[in-house]
Design a protein around this ligand. Structure first.
Ligand code: PAF
Length: 278
């Protein structure tokens, strides 16, 4: 595995890559969830590139940018063992100038749910993902495949839209959520949870299980499902529960094959999100 810190080095290293590239952008603190993206990229491509960059523009004032877990040495080992070909770890100065042209998330899909709770977050995500995709796909004859987890469902949807709207030569590959054996969706932020909070955090996946059970019983009314989920989530602070179609429009009834049920909660000081695709 080669570790590169500059765009020039990365492009030099990929110059002779003739075949397909799978790209996994991350903010580091890699866990099994990231590993599953890397493994999928590994099986579907000849070469795999992973980036680690804790992107400051997607953190809002007062969020956890300073304490966001940084585990560079462990991450390097994980990438090495997972068969990554190139690990790209740029600096902030490498990625940003002082006065930048900005990308703004689309008016409706970008400003609901996560977009309303974390105003400006998606602008930062789209800005960095656009940069990374352009850097990695530069001068490639074939479409770059980029891997994103379904856990950040709204992020995935907006990135897919950006790729379409900006005609990028990139295919976005959605990847399934990876969970602990107890159901907790893996997240770099889970390290913030105390033992007690971890137990409470399990109610997020339990509420989604409850929702899918109702759907299996053909109880498809969104209000009813949300009420039942609220009951399961009574020990945590709910930020939102939403039932939307794949275009992120709220729907009053679950449509099998075209629904995402999302939940965002605060458990102590930690904000957690989870969802299921139905
Ligand atoms: O999902 C993440 O880890 C980040 O939002 C991403 C896509 C790497 C952009 O910084």
């Amino acid at each position: 595995m080669i570790i590169v810190n500059s765009i020039k080095e990365l492009q030099q290293a990929t110059k002779n890559f003739k075949s397909s590239i799978g790209f996994v952008p991350t903010m580091g603190a890699l866990h099994e969830g990231h590993l599953s993206l890397i493994q999928k990229a590994r099986t579907e491509n000849d070469k795999v590139i992973v980036s680690i960059f804790v992107n400051p523009t997607q953190f809002l004032e007062g969020e956890d940018l300073d304490k966001y877990p940084r585990k560079d040495e462990a991450d390097k080992k994980i990438c090495q063992l997972a068969g990554v070909d190139i690990l790209f770890m740029p600096s902030i100065d490498m990625m940003y100038e002082k006065d930048e042209l900005n990308i703004t998330a689309p008016a409706i899909r970008g400003f609901i749910l996560e977009g309303s709770k974390r105003a400006g977050h998606f602008d930062g995500v789209l800005q960095i993902v656009m940069k990374l995709l352009n850097i990695v796909s530069y001068n490639r004859p074939s479409k770059l495949r980029a891997y994103f987890g379904k856990k950040d469902a709204q992020q995935l949807s907006l990135i897919t839209q950006m790729v379409k709207n900006y005609f990028l030569n990139v295919e976005i590959i959605p990847c399934d959520i990876v969970r602990d054996s107890n159901g907790l969706a893996l997240s770099s932020r889970n390290v913030y949870l105390s033992k007690e909070e971890r137990t409470k955090a399990l109610s997020l996946s339990r509420s989604l299980k409850c929702a899918s059970k109702l759907v299996m019983q053909n109880k498809l009314d969104s209000d009813t499902i949300i009420q039942e989920m609220q009951e399961v989530l009574r020990e945590v602070e709910i930020e939102y529960i939403a039932i939307v179609n794949r275009e992120f429009k709220q729907i009053s009834n679950v449509i099998i094959g075209n629904t995402i049920i999302l939940v965002a909660c605060r458990v102590g000081d930690t904000r957690l999100i989870d969802n299921i695709w139905i």
